[in-house]
Design a protein around this ligand. Structure first.
Ligand code: HEC
Length: 132
């Protein structure tokens, strides 16, 4: 599993390095999410094949929500720390916890929480730009 993630990430990093002037949200997306959700958010990332549940197609969230981007739901899903485990096991990592672990080391517990929240906002904002 570890090896397949490393290989998938290396492949994605090569494909992504041609992109210019990336936003923070896009860079973070390519770094942390594309391996499952695919380079363009279609849910076709290489690691998706080994999961029980297919990663969501992130380009159709507005379409499936009556045309409005479900920003707060997307934010809460990415964060993952406050969602109820009502739909069985979650296959997506709990990013809020993972980011906070890294950010708290650099910025301390409360500064870390601010940076983590900002990272999730950037990701949610980037996903909004993928809607069609
Ligand atoms: C290990 C694979 C994996 C990674 C990495 C991953 N996801 Fe997911 N994601 C999933 C799966 C699988 C689902 C489907 C829902 C579930 O697990 O119950 C999902 C669902 C979602 C949803 C919910 C879509 C909806 O229908 O409301 C969002 C938003 C999302 N992911 C965003 C992200 C973002 C942003 C990242 C990177 C920070 C990320 N994901 C990284 C596997 C992954």
């Amino acid at each position: 599993m570890k090896l397949s993630i490393a290989v998938a990430l290396a492949t994605l990093a090569c494909q992504a390095s041609t992109a210019q002037e990336m936003s923070y949200g896009e860079a973070e997306y390519l770094n942390s999410c594309a391996v499952c959700h695919g380079l363009y958010g279609k849910g076709d990332g290489p690691l998706g094949d080994v999961l029980l549940k297919r990663p969501a197609d992130l380009t159709r969230l507005s379409e499936r929500n009556g045309g409005a981007f479900p920003y707060s739901r997307v934010f809460a899903t990415i964060d993952g720390r406050y969602s109820l485990p009502s739909h069985g096991d979650r296959e997506m990592p709990v990013w809020g916890r993972q980011f906070l672990e890294e950010d708290a080391k650099v910025y301390g517990p409360s500064g870390g929480e601010i940076v983590t929240t900002e990272r999730i906002h950037n990701l949610a904002g980037y996903i909004e730009t993928l809607q069609h």
